[in-house]
Design a protein around this ligand. Sequence first.
Ligand SMILES: [Zn+2]
Ligand SMILES: [Zn+2]
Length: 418
Amino acid sequence: MGADHDQFITTNLPAWVSLYQELHAAPELSFHEKETAGRMAGILNNLGFQVTEEIGGFGVVGVLRNGDGPTVMVRTDTDALPIVEETGLPYASKVVTTDDDGNQVGVMHACGHDLHMTVWSGTAELLSSHKDQWSGTLVFIAQPAEERSGGANAMLADGLFEKFPRPDYALALHTHPGLGAGKIGYVPGYAMANVDFMKITVFGEGGHGAYPHTTIDPVVLAARTIMDLQTIVSREISPLEPAVVTVGKITGGTKSNIIPDQVEMELTLRSYNDETRNALIEKIKRICVGNAIAAGVPESKYPLIWIQPDYTPAVYNDPELTNELAQVLQNPLGKEQVVELEPVMGGEDFSRYGRVTPNIPICMLRLGVVDPVKIKAAEAGEISLPSLHSAKFAPEAAPAIEAGVKAMSTAVLHLLNK
Ligand SMILES: [Zn+2]
Ligand SMILES: [Zn+2]
């Protein structure tokens, strides 16, 4: 990253900030990213990429070949969330739409995917106008439906790595709601968790609330089961292995004096490695069935356990690649601007691009977006910072875009010139 890149970024930053504000004002829900995809395709087209649209839904793939060398993939996500924006910004989203369930919802880029797109297109612009400085192949993809987990899988199933050059490395970045704008964060190894969505229906035999002895009460059975599920992480998984079992929703019954026939529960499970994930699922099944037997439920009414097949696997940042990039990024950004972060139990389906055979080394960097003054105030306990998916999430766009484009271009150039 030389002085000419810094100049290029400074010159183009105002245009990128405008692009960001336009994207921010025009968010689209997962699986509906039609206009956004068209816009991303148009940008790559103008830069000389060979562009294919509608890969795995509204996915876009742009390929730029420039002689022999490695293939590097850069991914952005494109979707927004069903949230009514409350930032009060002049470019705040006013979009209201009907969701897939027929509800009227506001739409907001509350996860920063608008910033990801801006950094992605800025990086494409910088690299395509400095083709004398690298040789190899760029694959830039705009992935839909990250929030609903399915976009990455859909693009892969549609032949992303067969119809287009298979990458030697895949890179992405994600905004971080607690990291200062201008900073880049990195986590070698497991960075985000396996995310599983599970539904459990506990059956009993309903009846009059005054005659419980003539029933099998599924409310009591569900309550007991929820408490027993808490012992999986505390008693059955190694204390050194991160895992979460949360029952976030429970519904059952109609009236105080009626014992219902069934109770439904919805769970989120989090883990890092596959063994722990499989162990959580097996142990939940065992406890549910075991408790049903203990309650005298007949075999025909054992609990129904459903797990979403298209789960989000853990993001595993290739440690060698990640540490190498962290080193390389210190030059353009400054040593103190590149910070190692703790892993989190959130999820991101960028992980899918690395989980192929043979494995592709991937790295998802974190992009700081918070005014440093606000970080100080938050550390002093004076304010609390809005999280991702908050209606008040309002990134400091200009310094974040500047650092993002610098970081991503530097990373790609480093890998192309290896
Ligand atoms: Zn999100
Ligand atoms: Zn996100």
